[in-house]
Design a protein around this ligand. Sequence first.
Ligand code: URA
Length: 201
Amino acid sequence: MSSTKQEQFSKLAETASACVVCPELADKTAVLSKLNGNLDPRVLFIAEAPGRQGADRTRKPFWGDKSGDNFQILLDSIGLAREEIFITNAVLCSPRKASGANRKPKKSEINNCTEFLKNTIEVINPAIVATLGIVALEALKAIEYHELKLKVDVAKLVDWKGKKLLPLYHPSPQVIASHRKISEQIEDYRVLEKAIKYGKG
Ligand code: URA
């Protein structure tokens, strides 16, 4: 008898929590559990990596920090509830500088985590995948190649791996300040709203 989605996910989360492959992340615990969201979501969001004050502390992606507050504004703008979505990251553990501050995940860390991302997408099997930022969009290339560029393809709904893929910007304060204002991101999320309602952008 094939195992249920719940069982497959629990097994995946357990394997991730025991992972110590990345030398600099071995003392961190993967953020992958029931707190990541609904296993039958309207949208699977993929971001970069858990943040120090957010997911690494609260164990819930985009919860407890400024990026989480911004993400909430974007979800609210299209009436999408946390209970309707699942969020994961290209890298499941929180990468830090020696000072303790957040840092970008390394290529090797992203590569090491590809299998978890691939398995998460397969287990959840959503109709819509939305990437938040360049790291997440690039990470998908190792699962099924695409030639999307965030600057060019932002908020374009494309076919990917038998699903709809929507590249979006990351909701961090830094990205909002220097790459994509919150008002522009709210416009981007309208495409997501349409895709959820009508299956197209
Ligand atoms: N930033 C991310 O990229 N992911 C999180 O889960 C939280 C903040």
